[in-house]
Design a protein around this ligand. Sequence first.
Ligand code: GDP
Ligand code: MG
Length: 177
Amino acid sequence: CSRLFDPTISHKTILLGDSGVGKTSFLVKYNTGEFRAGSFSATVGIALTNKIVLVDNTKVKLQIWDTAGQERFRSVTHAYYRDAHALLLLYDVTSKTSFDNIRAWLVEIKEYAQEDVVIMLLGNKADCSSSDRQVKRDEGERLAREYNVAFMETSAKTGLNVELAFLAVARQIKCRR
Ligand code: GDP
Ligand code: MG
């Protein structure tokens, strides 16, 4: 992509999705490579992580926000959306409810986020056994296609597509802005 890109700008990237889908685990895995079973405290507030992702020899700066706890008070997150460059929207493949709620998240995003915000839909906990699964891969694919957003299945536990998701986000940011 050939559009002019400013590598000095830090791009606000927010992890969204229902409580328990694995947002904090996902970011911790990306940061440290580690996975810890059991929920992270929902009371830690907003966690900020700065990362530089290399896309075709260009540095793309990401300022990643983990919405810790605010899922339960969605109105709080509206202010975040406004200046967000990218949104990683997670559901849990073992939770049909978290998948069904994606539509509500997308409605909110359309309402409050910038029109050109990069959206990545992620079906997390893909490592879980098929007997625990409540959402099939192609259901995720179909929803992503319907809303014209990128999609991957991920695992904060094994690391499946964790790096790739942020690389894809950085790549799209670089191309869109
Ligand atoms: P958050 O509320 O969205 O931040 O979710 P957490 O990161 O606190 O994770 C909720 C629970 O799901 C914890 O028990 C995690 O260990 C677990 N978890 C998160 N990601 C994965 C994953 O990819 N695979 C599995 N098997 N468990 C996960
Ligand atoms: Mg969390």
